[in-house]
Write a protein of this length. Structure first.
Ligand code: D41
Length: 675
């Protein structure tokens, strides 16, 4: 028993040391951070229960990083503390409770909330306003002198602005590689045949650890201040006031830093940042919450190496490891065969994931993934989960190759790989039941005919039970025949029937989009509708005529021609018209005459009651207007709905013509208007 645990401890030490080396010295981690944290946690758990086993060479004795490089070490005059973690609102409540137990004076505390940037903590020392030293955090007590490298970071001031800074001032913050710069750097590296960096943090670490600062200078790094260390004269009575002072001296702060009152608002802040995470310019892995008042911070002090007044409220990990159980092949709407990884369910990015996209055969080859492998899965925001890497060291002996099928899994007809394309596709078109299902799903989707109550599961059954073959057949269904679908009672059948009748009244652009022509999205469909005005004109358009349309290039033109050449497609279109699908006749416009609002710059603001803002925008654009987001001297007309605010005020100040919704609606009637 004891020897088992000892064995486990020794195994853990070995594994952690291996990964610590890959991570810190090679900047090439093999396992996700979440897994590394768990290994470390297990080690600490055993060592806490058996302090007699803690050896000097245990990874737990070295929380900082190893250095293989020749940087000079520098001691931090004031240690750089670490942060305790919270993972749930309950953890956060525990954090506040511990604060109130120690200092019950304040009923409602002010917290400074910051995004937790995923980079490297550094210390900058300014003497008489001049940057004299920059060091990594290291183990918190000692770091590496990286002054020459940090001086190359464009947003780090070499001289402070103003005059009211302490003669000696230590600024602490995080060096990151913004996402856009990271992607560019990796693209360049790929072109040069170099291995890409796995993530922005490793790229930032690799860039800061260059012995030649000329290389660092070419890397897109950025610094954001988050606190102060030593200071020859104190300033500010709150954390936020100190950060504001740093900002006034020219130091960059994250735009998201915000002081809020009470824990409830902290939770709101967390949710807000979590939702906007992908839109931020840098990667973050949580938020940092700090008691704002410095006096209270001092009363609270710290335990071990972390302050009692701050906590890192972490987001769910975006990368986890799991097993690849099987690879399925799905047939898309246009016949593309997509390999889909079936995974041992794993909690990642806030949800349980059991499928991930493998894109195509090239991707399978690039990853060198086999069935049975342990893989790293990433789910970032609402993006489809991806397999980012394979942990080849953990490959079982019975791992099997992924075999790409040679015939369509849905209709058994042979697959084709088009020269120069990564995709393998089934060219059976609407003969293939899988493509039929996808075509009908697309047809009824929100941006197409928007058929309420026709969900994916119902479409699948309608096709499988051969109640329909094509979208046009939907309109031949009686409420009675619909009840043949599982769990479809007479009431839902009648509702679906009614929804189908309602959907017959549509717009030309929605109709074009609903046909599911390759690479014709809603925007292209709109341009096509505006350009050709009638279905007959579109159907008979030549290649030359098609490429005249905005957004339509040679490829899309070919897809359109191929689509309208197929008899089967024309039969479906005719059947749809026969079933009564129709759209309002366009206001006839002389081809040579510009639209009613040609060239006018219009801004929409406030809420509209008759039309949605999106529809209004579309309709105005149809009349030749350019609809923009903000009011400027270039704006011709502001259309203000109910509760219009600052944009209206600005337009008034600039003397811009203001109209209400009713006046806007008049543009869309056939009567000529005076603009
Ligand atoms: O954005 C960060 N990564 C961040 C890190 C931040 N916004 N604030 C931080 N605050 C601290 C204290 C409270 C100790 C001044 C931190 C860190 N520490 C930190 N970074 C690395 C270890 C600790």
């Amino acid at each position: 028993m004891t020897s088992d645990i000892l064995q486990q401890l020794n195994d853990l030490k070995k594994t952690i040391n291996h990964h610590a080396y890959l991570y810190h010295s090679e900047d090439k981690p093999e396992i996700p951070d979440s897994e590394y944290d768990r290994l470390m946690h297990s080690l600490l758990e055993i060592e806490t229960a058996h302090p007699e086993w803690v050896s000097e060479d245990s990874p737990s004795q070295r929380v900082g990083s190893v250095s293989l490089t020749a940087f000079e070490t520098v001691a931090h005059e004031m240690p750089m503390l670490s942060l305790d973690n919270a993972f749930t609102d309950e953890d956060l409540e525990g954090f506040e409770k511990r604060i109130k137990d120690k200092d019950p004076r304040e009923a409602t505390l002010i917290y400074c909330c910051e995004p937790k940037l995923d980079g490297l903590a550094v210390s900058l020392i300014y003497e008489k306003g001049v940057l004299v030293q920059a060091a990594t955090r290291g183990d918190g007590v000692r770091g590496e002198n990286i002054t020459r490298n940090v001086r190359t970071i464009r947003n780090v001031p070499l001289n402070l602005m103003g005059t009211d800074w302490p003669v000696r001032l230590e600024v602490r913050g995080e060096v990151v590689m913004p996402k856009s710069g990271f992607e560019q750097l990796n693209k360049q590296n790929l072109k040069k045949g170099l291995k890409p960096f796995v993530n922005p943090r490793n790229a930032a670490a690799g860039s800061l650890r260059q012995l030649d600062s000329k290389i660092t200078a070419t890397r897109p790094l950025a610094f954001y201040a988050y606190s102060v260390g030593i200071m020859s004269s104190p300033f500010g009575t709150s954390h936020i006031a100190r950060l504001d002072a740093l900002k006034s001296w020219g130091l960059p702060l994250s735009k998201e830093v915000k002081a809020v009152s009470g824990l409830q608002n902290v939770m709101t802040y967390y949710q807000d940042i979590l939702h906007r995470r992908n839109a931020l310019p840098y990667e973050i892995d949580g938020v940092v919450i700090k008691v704002d008042e410095i006096d209270i911070q001092n009363i609270l002090g710290f335990v071990a190496r972390a302050p009692r007044w701050a906590v890192a409220y972490k987001f769910p990990a975006q990368e986890e490891m799991t097993a690849l159980l099987q690879v399925d092949f799905q047939v898309g709407r246009t016949g593309t065969i997509t390999p889909v990884a079936k995974l041992e369910p794993v909690f990642v990015g806030g949800v349980t994931v059991s499928n991930a996209s493998l894109h195509n055969a090239d991707e399978i080859a690039r990853l060198n993934v086999k069935i049975g492998d342990t893989v790293v899965v990433r789910r970032a925001g609402d993006v489809i989960p991806q397999i980012v890497s394979v942990i080849e060291r953990l490959r079982p002996e019975n791992a099997r190759d992924v075999l790409f099928p040679s015939s369509c899994p849905a209709c058994s007809l042979p697959l084709e790989r088009i020269e120069g394309e990564a995709a393998v596709r089934c060219t059976a078109g609407l003969i293939c039941p899988a493509q039929r299902k996808e075509a009908v799903k697309h047809f009824s989707s929100r941006k197409a005919l928007d058929i309420d109550g026709l969900g994916d599961k119902i479409v699948e059954q309608l096709i499988e039970k051969e109640l329909i073959q094509t979208p046009a057949d939907l309109f031949k269904l009686s409420p009675g025949s619909m009840t043949l679908v599982e769990r479809m009672g007479p009431k839902s059948a009648q509702n679906l029937y009614n929804a189908l009748q309602r959907s017959k009244e549509t717009t030309f652009s929605r109709f074009i989009y609903s046909l599911g022509i390759r690479e014709v999205g809603e925007v292209t469909a709109r341009y096509l509708a505006q350009h050709f005005v009638t279905l007959e004109a579109l159907r008979h358009a030549s290649h030359e005529q098609l490429i005249e349309v905005q957004d339509v290039g040679k490829v899309v033109a070919e897809h359109l021609l191929a689509f309208f050449k197929q008899t089967q497609n024309n039969e479906v279109i005719d059947a749809l018209l026969e079933a009564g699908i129709h759209w309002p006749h366009p206001v006839t416009r002389n081809e040579n005459e510009a639209g009613l609002l040609e060239g006018k710059v219009i801004v929409l603001t406030g809420t509209f009651s008759v039309m949605s803002r999106t529809d209004a925008k579309q309709a105005l654009e149809g009349l030749g207007a350019k609809v923009t987001g903000s009011v400027s001297s270039k704006t011709d007309i502001l259309i203000a709905g109910a509760a219009a605010g600052s944009k209206r005020t600005k337009a008034e100040q600039l003397g811009i013509k203001i109209m209400d919704e009713e006046q806007m609606m008049a543009f869309f009637s056939s009567e000529p208007q005076d603009t």
